[in-house]
Design a protein around this ligand. Structure first.
Ligand code: RIB
Length: 291
């Protein structure tokens, strides 16, 4: 089995502040770092760290080779990442305050210029039993979901950043819809009634997570592990990538939820997004230390 991830690749430019700026306010940051980010890249790193064979499908501009080298160093297959001479690599301006909350602005660049022909050629290797991950930071989502669905693969769509039109278009091809509680509230308000998917993964940060199996009507709940966060950027991506890898590896839903929750808990204790994602050994040690 393998995970294929059509996902954004961003350079995260992170600024630490006492508090997030109000409209019209100018603030001086205490520190500035650049690191690996993008919801897609973060999910690929998480899935690969969790032990899944992970192929990343995406695009970057020229240069910035450290980004792709860092993805590869975490075990992600980057052979299908296109390099576009006329596009900038996606980047994100991320402000993080003393409560570990953030505000993010992204410039999509190459992430929104992905060529659908290249994408569907890359996906010819996907098969039944594989998983396609998608988030709403790239172009080509519907084409990829259709191709994966036709091949009999599981399709997990993270509806983030939330855009109702994007969800509507991809929903007919989705197996599991992953959202945080804010995104879920927006979706349920806009689309009341049954959704045409097999499962809903809803993450609630420090309040835990749940998986609603719509085929059995059963809900599995997972409490969060108590940690002191320093930066919550990418926690949802870590959860989604570890959860997908758990399913890909044959874990039960409760076991996949528990490992994903542990990975996200560890990830928020470190600064950064993709660079803060723990290895499987670190997750094992964290879980072993729980009473
Ligand atoms: O989910 C966190 C991610 O959102 C960051 O890494 C940033 O790049 C944005 O895509």
């Amino acid at each position: 089995m393998a995970i294929w991830n059509l996902g954004s690749i961003n350079i995260d430019r992170v600024y630490r502040l006492d508090s997030l700026p109000l409209p019209g306010e100018t603030l001086t940051s205490r520190s500035h770092n650049s690191g690996l980010g993008g919801k897609g890249a973060n999910q690929s790193v998480a899935a690969a760290c969790a032990g899944a064979v992970t192929h990343h499908l995406g695009a970057m501009g020229p240069g910035d080779d450290w980004v792709i080298e860092r993805l590869a160093a975490r075990g992600v297959d980057t052979a299908h990442v296109a390099r576009m001479a006329d596009q900038a690599t996606g980047h994100a301006i991320i402000m993080v305050d003393d409560q570990a909350e953030n505000a993010i602005v992204i410039h999509p660049g190459a992430n929104r210029a992905i060529d659908e022909d290249h994408l569907t050629r890359s996906l010819t290797g996907i098969g039944a039993g594989d998983t396609l991950l998608l988030q709403n930071e790239t172009s080509g989502q519907v084409a990829a979901a259709q191709a994966a669905n036709a091949a009999g693969a599981r399709v997990i769509y993270s509806a983030a950043p939330f855009d109702l039109q994007a969800v509507r278009q991809v929903l007919p091809h989705v197996t599991i819809l992953a959202m945080n509680e804010g995104e879920a509230a927006q979706l349920f308000a806009a689309l009341p009634g049954d959704l045409p998917v097999q499962g809903l993964l809803i993450t609630r940060g420090s309040k835990g997570a749940e998986y609603r199996d719509l085929t059995t009507g059963r809900t599995h709940e997972q409490a969060s592990f108590k940690v002191t966060p320093v930066d919550t950027t990418g926690a949802g991506d870590t959860f989604a990538g570890y959860f997908a890898a758990g399913l890909d590896g044959g874990l039960s839903i409760p076991d996949a939820l528990r490992r994903a929750s542990a990975a996200a808990a560890l990830q928020v204790t470190r600064p950064g997004a993709g660079d803060a994602i723990p290895t499987a050994a670190e997750v094992d040690a964290f879980l072993a230390a729980q009473s």
